[in-house]
Write a protein that binds this ligand. Structure first.
Ligand SMILES: Cc1ncc(COP(=O)(O)O)c(C=O)c1O
Length: 496
């Protein structure tokens, strides 16, 4: 079967999508004629994305009004291109930037392209679910005081798991120091349309905000938006980089999908988000009845700044089941395809296009699995597993982060020792060695789990025992370790 045949077969096989794209293959809210019939290029009357002055310009203005932004541009290569363009537009070669360590790889690629000097902002880790928390605004202020030459602050809110940072406080701090704030809100394009969902980062004062429409709203894969606000960022610069990084033949199918999505939000947004919110409420209420499996409940949140209810984080931490096993059970037995799997949890993505039946299927599956698992130890908020090798394997001088970065972090994050910039490390002569023999060598490659695509190791950083132990643990647990040229991730390129 070729790709097209496989896609058609899959669409009829009865799998329920607890993953992106946000249209959920639900044709109730998404109609389209045969796509070949409307696939055109920049012909008379259809404007030009890189020189927009009519139909596309008006569409982008409408999107800006809907989100409350000064300027909005369509992206047809996802938030990835928005991050590349936004970061390039705000920096000169070699500039210093404050950047959340849990950023998507596109942020690291932008750092590489402009040879930027990153000063990392570390989120705390939540022991109970094993996920990253939001960023601490006062930590960002401390870093700004120590790095007055920083040209941009780059953060991700919400995280993949839906954890929100206090963007209003962070943007107020950034602006006190005259530094623009870029928020990767790729997973939050649906924010701001209902009182029980978080406010969007534009309304919270961020200067650049990037939204993947395709992740959480009904719009085709690859569609996204970049919004620019205020006077700290030059929008012409952003547009210049967009015309460098985006195709000169942007797809009208993708752009019309963006327009349809914006129209739906304008005309039916309130109604759709209201019934979606009720559906989510009822789901989370039922999840309180689970006894061993834990679902992160955004409505009973006491320790995070905020949680997006659209993301469903299901943890088996402390039980005799692994995240991978839960993921497989949901897929094989219940035909539910989840978005992401990690060591101890799986993640589902929902949207206004989910059906009642979809939620019901997940509820029934989780209750049935909950009956079968056994508690092995109690997973606590500030805990890692007992006898956790990651903790025990550290040699005292294995990690020597910049002291400015050490404030207010938990011991569970692997702090890198940066030896070279990513640009230098990638362009130096290299050799390929076994991962297991990497201790003390400088990486020339990224290493990350995909999804979420957040680098665990960045080119230029020193490989240590703790890192090697973590990668082994991921691989033993069947997680997808990527980034290295060696597809099996047994070998890694290191600087010679
Ligand atoms: C936090 C975050 N930012 C950016 C991206 C890139 O988005 P896109 O797939 O729209 O290019 C992703 C993709 O998963 C992401 O998780």
């Amino acid at each position: 079967m070729n790709l097209y045949e496989s896609l058609v077969k899959y669409s009829m096989d009865g799998y329920y999508p607890m993953h992106m794209p946000g249209h959920k293959r639900n044709t109730m809210w998404n109609h389209m004629v045969n796509p070949y019939g409307i696939d055109i290029t920049e012909i008379e009357g259809f404007d030009n994305l890189h020189h927009a002055e009519s139909i596309l310009y008006e569409g982008m203005e409408r999107a800006a009004r809907l989100y409350g932004a000064g300027h909005t541009a369509y992206l047809i290569n996802g938030s990835t291109v928005g991050l590349l363009a936004g970061i390039s537009a705000c920096t000169n070669k070699g500039d210093k930037v404050l950047v959340a360590r849990n950023s998507h790889k596109a942020v690291y690629n932008a750092i590489y392209l402009n040879e930027l000097k990153p000063v990392y902002i570390y989120p705390q880790k939540d022991g109970e679910f094993g996920i990253n928390c939001g960023l601490n605004p006062s930590l960002i202020e401390d870093l700004l005081i120590k790095n007055q030459d920083a040209k941009l602050i780059i953060i991700t809110s919400p995280t993949y798991e839906g954890i929100i940072s206090d963007v209003s406080a962070i943007s107020a701090i950034a602006h006190r120091y005259g530094v623009p704030l870029l928020v990767d809100e790729a997973h939050g394009a649906h924010f701001g349309f209902h009182k029980d969902f978080p406010r969007n980062a534009i309304k919270c004062g961020a200067d650049i905000v990037i939204h993947s429409l395709h992740k959480t709203l009904p719009s085709f894969t690859q569609t996204a938006l970049i919004h620019v606000n205020g006077t700290l960022v030059n929008y012409d610069n952003v547009k210049r980089y967009l015309s460098i990084y985006q195709s000169s033949s942007p797809s009208y199918l993708l752009m019309s999908s963006i327009e349809q999505c914006i129209s739906l939000l304008e005309t039916k947004g309130e109604e759709l988000f209201d019934s979606y919110h009720k559906q989510l409420r009822s789901f989370y209420d039922k999840m309180n009845g689970l006894s061993k499996i834990k679902v992160l409940n955004p409505y009973q949140n006491t320790r995070f700044y905020g949680i997006d209810p659209s993301k469903i984080t299901i943890s088996v931490k402390g039980t005799d089941m692994t995240g991978v096993r839960l993921y497989e059970r949901l897929l094989e037995q219940y035909k539910i395809q989840m978005e992401l799997v990690s060591m101890d949890y799986v993640l589902g993505m929902t949207s206004i296009c989910d059906t009642k039946e979809g939620f019901q299927r997940l509820e029934e599956a989780l209750f049935a699995i909950d009956n079968e698992v056994t508690i092995v130890y109690e997973a606590k908020q500030d805990d890692t597993k007992p006898n956790d090798t990651k903790q025990n394997d550290i040699k005292p001088d294995d990690t020597k982060p910049d002291a400015t970065q050490l404030d207010d972090i938990t011991a569970d994050f692997i702090l890198p020792e940066i030896k070279l910039s990513s640009y230098e490390a990638i362009h130096r002569p290299f050799e390929r060695i076994l991962f297991s023999e990497g201790n003390g060598r400088i990486s020339a490659e990224y290493v990350y789990l995909y999804p979420p695509g957040i680098p665990i190791l960045v080119p230029g950083e020193l490989i240590n025992h703790r890192f090697i132990a973590q990668i082994n643990e991921y691989k033993e647990n069947g997680l997808s370790v990527q980034g290295t040229e060696d597809i099996e991730a047994n070998y890694i390129k290191v600087v010679k």
